[in-house]
Design a protein around this ligand. Structure first.
Ligand code: NAD
Length: 407
């Protein structure tokens, strides 16, 4: 069994290579990131003591454009995870057809244990050690788990100090007043919603009850929930790291947000009963959306999943073993590299606006996002029919062909 994300990523590519008879030399090259860098970051803590943190950046492939991908702050960050995430970014950027390659970075740290000042010194320290690897036309980072617009601003500022340039396009996910784009906050959730709408129109989604269960209740889940409601779906279950809530008649999302803000948990939400994260994944619903973590759908629970349609909003939620079970059970899985690519699509729009000194309205951004999501969905569906395969393998085929052409 492989729960090593980098091994899962390579197994997914191998499936596509076999189905579409891809050039074996290019496929072998794609199994190896172009380079990865590990740095030591000295940070003076508030106590006056110095601590050394470890940071990474993996640059997977740049055939289609500058490396692009987020920077994660987490105590479990490790090289295999960073390499897998950079690999997925190469393919995601190719599926959504933005001119970027794939990169990813991280620091081993629990940011909740740092003061604001320590977090700033750590973020600037990462850029001080890494700036030679970054640049608007070289490698463009963004936020990921536990990083945000404020951290991006410190990093942009540090990059500009080190290089003596003005370079808003060196990083995306910035606050609007610091060169960010309208629509970036909504992009991933809405993008997933647009894909769900296309799948509905193509008759791929069971609509017996129009019920949907979402694991996670963060940025992505919130905007997806808002969008699907407009299309007549009922969100019957939601969860966070502490557990989930369920109401067969539908959960009021605004109420859930207010409750979570007040109590910092979903548990106890009026009109709902409590369920575990495991139970949520096995609910009898039309659509299941993992929108929290990697490796939640595995060989152990895939056979118990009752939903016939899965929209992967998290990165890497399904292991290759679970994928086989889903295919056998007739479950349609819309893969992460398609379903959650709306985020990086609008990151590209942000970069484009920075490089061209433009500012687009939210309406413009969401319209362009919708066009990209539709085109990506259609390309994947076409490949799925042509190669008679799953949507995941079809998405990898579309991406690989685009990348290999440029290699
Ligand atoms: P977030 O931090 O805003 O929300 C994550 C949610 O997951 C929170 O509600 C948290 O409580 C919940 N969670 C954490 N541990 C959990 C557990 N063990 N069980 C159940 N829930 C748990 O993050 P987000 O930006 O919404 O991202 C969610 C997922 O989508 C991640 O996998 C991320 O990599 C992926 N993603 C995000 C974006 C983006 O633009 N934000 C883009 C592409 C992919």
């Amino acid at each position: 069994m492989t729960n090593n994300p980098f091994e899962s990523a390579k197994a997914q590519l191998a499936q596509a290579a076999k189905a579409a008879n891809l050039d074996p030399n290019k496929v072998e090259q794609l199994k190896h990131p172009d380079r990865y860098v590990e740095v030591s970051i000295p940070v003076v803590m508030d106590s006056g003591e110095q601590k050394i943190f470890t940071g990474f950046r993996s640059q997977h492939n740049s055939a289609r454009g500058p490396y692009k991908g987020g920077i994660r702050y987490h105590q479990d960050v490790n090289l295999d995870e960073v390499r897998a995430l950079s690999f997925w970014m190469t393919f995601k950027n190719a599926v959504i057809d933005v001119p970027f390659g794939g990169g990813k970075g991280g620091i081993i740290v629990n940011p909740k244990e740092l003061s604001e000042g320590e977090l700033e010194r750590l973020s600037r320290g990462y850029m001080k050690q890494m700036w030679r690897n970054f640049g608007p036309l070289v490698d463009v980072p963004a936020p990921d788990v536990n990083t945000n617009g404020q951290i991006m601003m410190w990093m942009r500022d540090e990059f500009e100090k080190q290089t003596g340039t003005t370079a808003p396009g060196v990083i995306t996910g910035k606050a609007i007043e610091n060169g960010g784009s309208h629509g970036r906050t909504e992009a991933t959730g809405y993008g997933g919603g647009y894909v769900l709408r296309e799948a509905l129109n193509a008759g791929l989604v069971p609509t017996d009850r129009k019920t949907i269960a979402i694991q996670g209740f963060g940025n992505v889940a919130t905007y997806l929930a808002e969008y699907v409601k407009e299309h007549g779906f009922k969100v019957v279950a939601l969860s966070d790291s502490k557990g989930g809530v369920y109401n067969e008649n539908g959960i009021d999302i605004a109420l859930a947000e207010a409750h979570k803000k007040e109590t910092r948990a979903l548990a106890g939400l009026a009109g709902t009963s409590e369920i575990t994260n495991e139970q949520l994944l096995e609910l009898d619903v039309d659509v299941l959306v993992p929108a929290a973590l990697e490796n939640v759908l595995t060989a152990e629970n895939a056979g118990k999943v009752k939903a016939k349609f899965i929209l992967e909003m998290a990165n890497g939620p399904t292991t290759p073993e679970a994928d086989i079970i889903f295919a056998q059970n007739g479950v349609t899985v819309v893969p992460d590299i398609l379903a959650n690519s709306g985020g990086v699509c609008v990151s590209y729009f942000e970069w484009f606006q920075n490089q061209n000194n433009e500012s687009w309205t939210k309406e413009d951004v969401l319209k362009k996002l919708d066009e990209h999501m539709i085109a990506a969905f259609e390309a994947v569906r076409e490949a799925q029919t042509k190669y008679n395969t799953t949507m995941r393998t079809a998405a990898y085929i579309v991406a690989s062909q685009r990348i290999i052409e440029k290699m």
